[in-house]
Each structure stands twice: as structure tokens, then as C-alpha cells.
Design a protein around this ligand. Structure first.
Ligand SMILES: [Fe+2]
Length: 372
């Protein structure tokens, strides 16, 4: 059922609800374009609300506003990638919603460019440039983050469940990121990205798509696959990291940044996952099942994809467009920054959970034993 717009209810939503609720309401509205065309003052109020939330988030660092900002962007990006349903996507190309997105992105990008400096990479060519990316990755290596030490050696089953739920949205959407990375790209680099895509879809086997493999974990652990519940699990740092990759692939002006952010993702996954899988085995996850197939698959394929992305995508493109090197390195750094913020916040969430679940132990089959 689509929301029917009137001056009264739009005025109420703009003035009395959080930005994310307001955006969600408008995404699902009937005749949105006509309404705002006829009511420009209400559209101005919407843009002013977006600016004020974004400024409070980015300039003042208000955590609540950071959540509203990133949740709103999450909803707006979701319009591009959610599964089509009859009559659902009438506002996909709304100029008004696009203006809200551009306003919010403007604040986020302004903040990013302050965090990341200009790089002295113009003189680096060919393999030297690729080695520079590897050095950036190694010196900011996320597998060394304490969360992976924690998952490997200390986390309990409940904490693993929390980890899976927090990682769900981005893992499920990696397919869409790769699809976006294929559209209209240089012919020379298509085979490498297509190979990545082919792995995402299980080399044609529906039982082995990466989305299916990740969902198998949830099925086996009895965790809900309700995506609106799983989205609500995400804090602003998780949303920020997810949105970064979406913004890079959806907005073409960021194409070369996406080469860097995706390179870091491919490079980082295998080592992170090795520690994670060791932790899963420690608590008895996947001993007699295919539960860890998603992670084990990525340990092997992402090692290949990481090198392939550098040699077969980035190398030919920087040879053709040397001026793109700044953006590629920028993409690497901002991805590392958002990953670190995400892992920091998830680690704190798991530690907070520890005290509340310390009275629960789990049998190897995953049944909870409540200890008195
Ligand atoms: Fe994947």
C-alpha cells in the first residue's frame, strides 16, 4: 500500500519524524513527483531537514544524527538494488529523492576529503603503484584488528550470531556491488570483473551462490533472514561502511574510488576469514556441516580476486588514465577508515554482549545451557 501524500501529512512527517523514517515514507509514496512539484515549500523544508541532520552528524559528530544520516542513505541506495516487485519502485528515479541523496552525500564527501590527504603517487607507475596499494593495505591491516583475535580465541556462540547478523547486509550485497562494477566498463577489464561475478553466482549453480552460502549459515543456526530486522541490527558505523561501497559503485563520479575500496575489500577478506574460521571451529561451528563454506570459499577465491583486481583491472586502467591514481588511493584509505570504525564498534558491541551472556554456555551442537 503506497502512502498517499497531502500537505498535512508531509508537513507532519518532515517536521516530526526522524530523517530516515521521513525518507522511507517518501520512497513508498504515490505521486511523489507531482506532489513536490506542486508544493515546493515542503520540498525546501525536506532539504533543510536533510542539511540540518547532516551538519549535526558530520560537523558536530552527534551519534543520533550520524545514525539518521547513514540510515537515510542506506534506504536511498536500497532503491537501486532491492529485488523488483510490481508497483514498488515508482520513485526510483525521483529527482526530489535524488536531491536529498546528493545533499547528504555532499556532507559525507566533504568530511572524507578532510580525513584523507593528497597522495604523492603521480610518479608511481605499473607494478610500483600496485605495490603501493599492497603497502597501504598491509600497514593498515584489518586482520590485525583485535576483533579477529577475539573471534579466533574468545568469542562465544551468541557473539558469533551477533557477528553474522551484523555482516549480513554487506555480504549479501557484494553481488550487487560487482554487478554495478561491470556496467559500461573498459572492455579490457571486463573478463576479470566478470570472473568475480561468476564466482558470486556460484559459477551457475544456484546452491553455491555466495548469497545462498551466507544464507545457509542463518538457516543452520536458526537465525531470521528478515532483512528489515537485519538492517535494524546495524549501527551508524556499519551503515557508513556499507554506504561507502554503495556510493562508490552507484555514483559514476566515484568509479575510480571504487577500484580502491573494492581492492582493499578483496585483499583483506582472506586473512580476516582465516582467523574467523579458526574461531568458528573452536566453538564447534561447521564441524559436521557446510556452515563455513561461505568463508572457506572466500579465503580461496578472494586471494585470486585480490591479485586479479590489481593486475587485471587497476593496472590497465592507470596505464590508460594516470590521473585516476589519486582517486584509487583515496578509495583505499576511506575503505580502511570505515572498516576500522566498523570493527571498533562491532568489537565493543560484542564485549557488551559478553557480560549479558556470560551465564549462558553452548553445547557443541549449539544448544544453550542456562547456568544458574
Ligand atoms: Fe562473495
Amino acid at each position: 500500500m503506497r502512502n498517499k501524500l497531502s500537505q498535512d501529512n508531509v508537513s507532519y512527517v518532515v517536521n516530526n519524524t526522524g530523517l530516515a523514517d521521513c525518507v522511507r515514507y517518501l520512497i513508498n509514496a504515490a505521486d511523489l513527483e507531482l506532489f513536490f512539484t506542486e508544493n515546493p515549500a515542503l520540498f525546501n523544508a525536506l532539504i533543510n531537514k536533510s542539511k540540518s541532520v547532516a551538519a549535526d552528524a558530520i560537523i558536530s559528530g552527534n551519534e543520533h544524527s550520524l545514525y539518521e544520516l547513514h540510515r537515510s542513505l542506506f534506504e536511498l541506495y536500497n532503491m537501486n538494488i532491492r529485488e523488483p516487485r510490481p508497483g514498488q519502485d515508482d520513485n526510483h528515479s525521483s529527482a526530489f529523492l535524488m536531491s536529498v541523496r546528493n545533499t547528504l552525500e555532499g556532507y559525507v564527501e566533504q568530511q572524507e576529503s578532510k580525513q584523507v590527504e593528497k597522495f604523492d603517487v603521480e610518479h608511481l607507475d605499473g607494478q610500483d603503484f600496485l605495490n603501493h596499494i599492497k603497502e597501504i593495505w598491509k600497514s593498515n591491516s584489518t586482520p590485525e584488528h583485535e576483533i579477529f583475535h577475539f573471534m579466533e580465541h574468545k568469542a562465544n556462540r551468541a557473539q558469533f550470531n551477533t557477528y553474522f547478523k551484523n555482516d549480513y547486509m554487506l555480504n549479501i550485497r557484494f553481488y550487487d556491488l560487482i554487478v554495478y562494477s561491470l556496467i559500461g566498463i573498459d572492455e579490457e577489464v571486463r573478463p576479470e570483473v566478470a570472473e568475480n561475478f561468476w564466482d558470486e553466482v556460484g559459477k551457475g549453480n544456484p546452491a553455491h551462490t555466495h548469497v545462498r552460502l551466507y544464507k545457509n549459515i542463518f538457516d543452520e543456526l536458526g537465525l531470521s533472514l528478515d532483512e528489515s530486522m537485519l538492517s535494524d541490527e546495524l549501527n551508524w558505523q556499519a551503515l557508513e561502511g556499507y554506504n561507502l561501497l554503495m556510493r562508490h559503485v552507484i555514483n559514476r563520479k566515484n568509479y575510480f574510488k571504487s577500484l580502491g575500496s573494492l581492492a582493499i575489500t578483496e585483499l583483506a577478506d582472506p586473512q580476516q576469514y582465516e582467523r574467523f574460521v579458526a574461531g568458528c571451529k573452536r566453538v564447534g561451528l561447521g564441524e559436521n556441516s557446510q556452515l563455513l563454506q561461505y568463508y572457506e570459499e572466500h579465503i580461496s577465491v578472494d586471494t585470486i580476486h585480490g591479485d586479479g583486481w590489481l593486475n587485471n583491472v587497476i593496472l590497465p586502467l592507470i596505464t590508460k588514465y594516470p590521473e585516476a591514481k589519486q582517486d584509487i588511493i583515496f578509495g583505499c584509505y576511506v575503505r580502511l577508515n570505515t572498516s576500522k570504525a566498523y570493527w571498533d564498534s562491532l568489537y565493543q558491541k560484542l564485549l557488551a554482549q559478553e557480560s549479558s551472556t556470560s551465564a549462558i554456555q553452548y553445547t557443541p551442537s549449539g544448544e544453550a545451557l542456562i547456568l544458574s
